[in-house]
Design a protein around this ligand. Sequence first.
Ligand code: PHE
Length: 346
Amino acid sequence: MKELEQLDKVVDVLDDELNQVDDLNVLQQKKASYLGKKGIIAQVMANMKDLTIEARKELGMRSNKIKQILEERFEQKKQAIENAIIDQRLKNESLDVTLPGVQFPTGGIHPLNQTIMDLEDLYIGMGYKVAEGPEIETDEYCFEKLNLPKGHPARDMQDTFYINPELLLRSQTSPVQVRTMLEEQGKPIKIVCPGKVYRRDADDATHSHQFMQFEGLVLGKDISLADLKGALLEMARKMFDKDREIRLRPSFFPFTEPSVEVDVSCGMCGGKGCNTCKQSGWIEILGAGMVNDNVLRMCGYNPEEIQGFAFGIGIERITMLKYRIDDIRNFYTNDVRFLNQFKEVK
Ligand code: PHE
C-alpha cells in the first residue's frame, strides 16, 4: 500500500527539515504543513475512502502512531528552540563580575590649592576669617596706606607691574589688610587672605612673575609678638611635622615694626646642617611683624588702643619645601606627569 510507505517516510523527511528550523513561527507553520487540515498527513489520508476496510484500519492505526510521533518531534523541537532562546538571553545579559572595571580619568587638587586649603583649615580652626581682595589694586592700598609713600626706596623691594600711575597688579596680599581695616573701622580683626600676586621678576627655578601669598592679620588689645610666634609655630607644625621649631630674625618691612623674618628648622637634616638649608639648619619661610603704627593710623585705628601682627607666607615656597619640589615653574606649566603625583595628596 503506497499510503503506508508515504507515511513511513514522513518522519524521516520531517527530521531533516526540523534540523533547519530555529524559529518558533517557522516551526508553527511547519507543524501546520504536516498536521494541519490540509497538511501532508491529511493529504495521505484523503484517499482512505477508496481502500478496503482492512487497509483503512491499518492505515488509520499507522497514521495515529505517526501523528503521535510527529507531535512529539514538534514538541521536542519547540522545547529546544525555547531553551536556545533562554540560553542566548542569559548569555547576553550575564555580567562577568571578575572583569576589571572601566577607569575614568579624574582630576586632582593642584598642590598650591592644597596648601591654601590646608592653611585655611588651620587658621579657620584658630578663629580666623578668610578675606579676599582684587588682583588689580590701587597704588594707595598696595603701597601708600602700607607706609610706602611714592618715591620710598623700599618700593624697590617689589618690582611692580603698573597699569597706570595709580593702578597696578598687586605685588603682595597686604592691601587686603588695608581694605579690611578700612571696612572694620577700628574693630578687632582676625583674618587670612590667600591670593595671587605679581612681580616683574624673570622666571627661573625660584622666581615666577606670578605667585601666591597667604597673608595673616590679627588686631586687638594686647596682641604681642609672642602671639605671632604661636600662630606661626602652629602653622609650621601643621604644614611640615610636629617636631619643627621656628625662629624669628630681625628684618625690615615698611608696614611692620618690629619686622621679622621667620625660619623653620630644616626637615632634611633635622637642624644639623645640609645642602637644602645651606648648612644653617634653618630655612626661611615668611616675613612678618607687628603692624606699624603709621599703617594703623592711616587705616583708621588708634595704636594706643589696638595693636596686632601681620604675616605673609609664600604659598609656592612652603609647597616646594613640603613636597621637595625644586623648580617653581612646575606649578605653572601644567605638565600632567607632575600634577598626577599629587592626586592622592591630602
Ligand atoms: N607682604 C610682604 C612681602 O610680600 C610680606 C609680609 C606680610 C611681611 C605681612 C610682613 C607682614 O614681602
